[in-house]
Structures are given as C-alpha cells and as structure tokens.
Design a protein around this ligand. Structure first.
Ligand SMILES: Nc1ncnc2c1ncn2[C@@H]1O[C@H](COP(=O)(O)OP(=O)(O)OP(=O)(O)O)[C@@H](O)[C@H]1O
Length: 568
C-alpha cells in the first residue's frame, strides 16, 4: 500500500514548490515524465492532443501539482493524466464538486512500473522484475492503477501477524480487481478524512491513497479500494453520487474556499456568553515576544499580559473563514469555563477581527512531544507515572464537564516550570451534545481511536484510546507506528487491529492498562477516574518498592559496615 501525503493532520496539505531551482533533479525527472506522457498521448491520437497549446496545458498541469505527482505517476497510464486534467477542470465549477471518476484496476503484489526502481538496487534484478511486471500487465484483465503500488501492504500485513493478527489482505489483494476512485474539489482542511469517510460508509477498504494539492487550491485524491462486490463501475458511481449528495455542502468547499477569499470578515464575531466571566482582552495590553510555533489556527507567541507570562495564539487574518471563526468561538466558549491545575489555563481572548487571539498561561517547558522526539528525553517510571496521573486528572475533569478533547496527543500535553503537565489545545474540542452523539471528526491519525477514524459516532472513550497511545509513547520514547505514514497507521488500526508493541519489561499493570485503553470496543476501555486510580496504585507500589529497596540496601550496608567493624 502506498499512502502519500505524510502529514500529521489529515487536512493540511503542503503545497510543494514547483520551482525548478529548489529541486533541479525533481525538475529534470518531471520533464522526462512530461515528455513521455505527451508522446504517449500524441501517439494515441486523442482529440485533446490535437487542440493547439495542448503541450503547454499539460506542462501547466504538471506544474500545478507537487513534484511527486510526476515522479509517482505510472507513465503507461498517460490517459489518466488527461483524466486528472479533466477532473480538475470540472472541479472549477462549484456545481460539479467534487468531480470524480471510477475505474476498474488490476493490482499486482509488487506494484506498478514506477516502483520497480525503488525496490531493486541490482539492475539485472530490476530488469527481471520489470519484465515480469509487464508480463503481468499484459495478462491482467484490467489496467493497473495510476500510481505505483509498493510492498507496504505486505509490510502492514506482516506487522499484523507480529501483533497477533492474521496475514489477511495479501492474497486477495494480489488476485482481485479493485476500483480506483479519483476525486477533485476545492482543497480544504480535513478533506482527506471526509473522502475516506465516504468510502468507509460504502464499505470500501482503502488499499492505496495518493493525495495532491494544486498550487491554486484544488485537490486531486486518488484511492484504490477493495470491497465493492461487482466488477463494474456504473452502480458504484451511482452509490457514490448519492453518498456525496449527503455531504455536498462540505465537499464542494463552498463554505470555506470562496467565503474565505471573497467575503469581508465580519465586524465582530458572536461568542456565546452566559455573562459568567469578563475575558475580552484589549490587544494593546498584549506584549509579544518570540514566536514559539505554528498550528492549524495560526501562530503561537510567547508574550506578557498585565505582567504575566502568557501564550498568545494568533489567528492569521488571511486564513479567516466562517468555519474558522466558528471554531475560534467554540474554543473560547469552552476554555473560559475551564479551571483545573492539569488543564492549560485560559486567560482571555481578543475577538474583534482582525485581532483574533486566544491568551493562555505560558507553559515554559513546552510539549511532551518535543521533549520525547526533539530533545530525545526519557521518563523513568516514577516520573512517567506522575505525568500520566497529571494527564488523567485533567482529562477526568474535562470529561466530567462533558468535554471531549478529540485531539489528545503528546503535542497537546504541555509542561510548566514546576514539571506539572497540563492538557492543552481545545481548538478541536467539542461540548458533548445532550444525546451524547458526536460525529464530527478531527485529530491526528496516529493517536486516533478507530471509531473516530471511521467517522462512527463516538464519545469520551475516544480520548481514552488516544491516552493509551500517548502513554505508550511516554514509555518507549518512540513515535507510534513510526514505520508507517499517518494514513497507513489509520488503515492498520481500523482494518487490522494494529496497536503499538508494548516492551517486554513493562510493569505488568501498566501493560494491562495500555491494552485496556486501546480496546477496539470503547465500552471495554476504562474511564479516566478508573485510569487515575490504577496509575496512583501503581505509583504507590513503585514508591514502596523503591523505599523497601533503599531500606534493604541501607540495612545490608549497615550489616556490612558492622561486619567490617567486627573484623577490625
Ligand atoms: N500555552 C502554551 N505555552 C507554551 N507553548 C505552547 C502553548 N500552547 C501551545 N504551545 C506550543 O506552540 C506550538 C503551536 O501550538 P498550537 O496549539 O497553535 O498548534 P498545534 O497544537 O501544534 O497544532 P494544531 O492546532 O493544528 O493541532 C506547539 O509547539 C505547542 O507545543
């Protein structure tokens, strides 16, 4: 399985520069692929190829897309490049969005021609593989996918065996034809999740996903899926169309792309208020110091407000859209009521555009993610337990207030100067509805509960799953499923019951807790009040053991010294 777009948050695609100066080698390869595709299209005598300026249009197409589009596309499928051009053209009209096409493909275990290069360092081996592939293509009933497959699926399946699962997926994958579904629409955050959700709703299993963004704000997402029972495309197209209709408003991008660019920002956004607190901050009272980082909202600065150290999260004016404002209002609405020593304290907000910002206490020791993965820090068991207890207390408080975090991960666990860990970032948190049903999705795949990835209704137990993954990360200092891209990890977690491997020497009760937290069935996961109790008990045992150990060694030390004294 090849999954592109190695990003942590599924919606934010990096638009790669098409500048030839930045990557001369990429530019050369792109040119080669372009020439080959052009030659094949011209040889095929397609009508489009005879239109004057077609070659320029084709070059423009390659340049609109990231370099990896040209590097990964299967040149044997030059007609797919034409189809992509057509889809992108169609997507310019809001009425057509998302534009999509479906075709049958035959997938082979060692992928398309493109991938042969990366798999065989020995040229003779490469030739053999290439010729056997060509042979397979000739034998195949359907053409291959547009982008080369790799042996990653097998890696995933093998991984699954290691994790106690069965090596499912490999043989059927080799033999069965699949469907390739390509979407084009206006690019937007979380689009990839929305598309995968549509496919999931239809019972389709994604085997490959290739996501591209054009430099002018459109998306081209190619999925190879299995699970459609028939070798046909018309019926599948019909069902897809109906499914898309249900979420048309969101996928057409009408609410974000165009409003964000064309509508003037409102004079003042309305924050729901029950008059409980005065939290509006005068922007003139904020002093900005250095920039600490950036998130999907905008930039985060260290600063001061009324002489206290604060973190100022500034919403970028050029990125203001109706949806963003709604999210901003939501964050303020949630945060102003929250007060707990293990939750980052909200101080106030500036809510008059263009000065939109959220001010919180400043957490001088940064995130646990940075500590583990950038500073290569490690936690000894007692400190690990203290951190985990801090987080479970903060989370317990949030859950008691009907708040589901939905994006719990080590990047959102911050430490203050006293080494107290607090839960942060409510940008995506939501107040649970009365019915208890939440269907919106967000977050980060590596930490996400399977029901969230699958867009099923979920509840607070989704945070428990993420907590389990974060706890494993604290224990090992490793990134969960570091050998997979986020989307591959998501497919593994949902379809193959993939979970991180717990190190053998882990405290048995901690190991049991981890496994309970990441149970597939949310009902089997403990809640945070139980988690807190368990962690506190383990911490007590560990401390008692330590004390006993100390006592023992001081006794034996005393005994040894008395022996020594006796000898003297
Ligand atoms: N109160 C704070 N004090 C100190 N550093 C913070 C604080 N809040 C966030 N940060 C750091 O600032 C950076 C940006 O945080 P921000 O919350 O804006 O985005 P994010 O959580 O990284 O991404 P996203 O919002 O897309 O999930 C992160 O590195 C985070 O660790």
């Amino acid at each position: 399985m090849v999954i592109e777009n190695d990003i942590e948050s599924c919606g934010s695609r990096a638009v790669q520069s098409s500048s030839s100066h930045a990557h001369p080698r990429h530019h050369r390869q792109k040119l080669e692929v372009y020439n080959e595709v052009l030659r094949r299209i011209q040889d095929s005598n397609s009508d489009e190829a005879n239109v004057p300026g077609f070659d320029d249009q084709l070059w423009l197409h390659f340049n609109r897309l990231p370099a990896r589009y040209a590097l990964d596309v299967n040149v044997e499928r030059a007609e797919d490049v034409l189809a992509h051009q057509r889809l992108l053209k169609l997507a310019e009209d809001p009425a057509n969005r998302p534009a999509f096409q479906v075709r049958l493909v035959q997938v082979y275990p060692f992928g398309g021609a493109n991938n042969v290069d990366s798999m065989h360092s020995d040229p003779s081996e490469k030739e053999d593989a290439q010729s056997s592939l060509n042979h397979s293509f000739k034998q195949g009933v359907h053409p291959p996918p547009t982008f080369g497959s790799s042996s990653n699926l097998e890696a995933l399946a093998l991984q699954n065996v290691e994790h106690g699962g069965s090596p499912m997926g490999v043989m059927p994958y080799i033999q069965r034809p699949m469907h390739e579904i390509t979407f084009s629409t206006v690019d937007k955050p979380k689009l990839l999740s929305q598309l995968t959700s549509i496919l999931g709703e239809l019972g389709l299993n994604i085997q490959e996903a290739h996501a591209f963004s054009t430099s002018d704000g459109f998306s081209l997402d190619v999925f190879v899926v299995e699970g459609w029972p028939n070798e046909e495309t018309e019926e599948l197209k019909g069902v897809l169309e109906r499914e898309i209709l249900k979420v048309k408003g969101i996928l057409s991008g009408a609410s974000e792309h165009y409003q964000a660019r064309m509508e003037p920002s409102p004079h003042c956004i309305e924050i729901p208020s029950d008059g409980a607190d005065v939290w509006e901050i005068d922007p003139n009272q904020l002093k900005y110091e250095n920039k600490v980082g950036s998130g999907s909202f905008g930039d985060l600065y260290r600063g001061t407000y009324c002489s206290q150290d604060v973190a100022i999260k500034v919403l970028k004016p050029e990125r203001i859209s109706t949806d963003m404002l709604r999210e901003f209002a939501q964050e303020v609405y949630i945060m102003r009521k929250i007060r707990h020593k293990n939750v980052v304290q909200f101080i106030g907000a500036c809510t008059r555009p263009p000065n939109l910002c959220i001010v919180t206490e400043f957490m001088s020791r940064g995130s646990l993610y940075d500590f583990l993965h950038k500073q290569r820090g490690v936690f000894k068991l007692p400190s690990l337990l203290k951190v985990a207890i801090d987080v479970s207390k903060g989370m317990n408080y949030l859950h008691q207030n009907n708040i589901i975090h939905r994006d719990l991960k080590t990047a959102n666990l911050l430490m203050d100067e006293n080494e107290v860990v607090k839960v942060a970032d409510f940008g995506v948190a939501r107040v649970q509805t009365q019915s208890g049903v939440m269907t919106a999705e967000t977050g980060t795949y590596r930490w996400m509960a399977p029901e969230v990835i699958e867009h099923k209704p979920y509840d607070q137990k989704a945070d428990v799953f993420s907590f389990g993954i974060a706890l494993w990360e604290l224990l090992t200092g490793e990134l969960p499923y570091s050998y997979l891209t986020p989307l591959q990890a998501a497919v593994g977690v949902v379809q193959k019951g993939l979970r991180p491997t717990i190190p053998k020497n882990t405290h048995p009760r901690l190991s049991e807790l981890l496994q309970r937290c990441w149970q597939q069935d949310p009902l089997l996961r403990p809640d945070f009040s139980e988690i807190k109790e368990i962690l506190q008990q383990i911490a007590k045992e560990v401390n008692e053991d330590k004390d006993r150990h100390k006592e023992k060694s001081s006794h034996s030390h005393g005994f040894l010294s008395s022996l020594r004294r006796g000898h003297n």
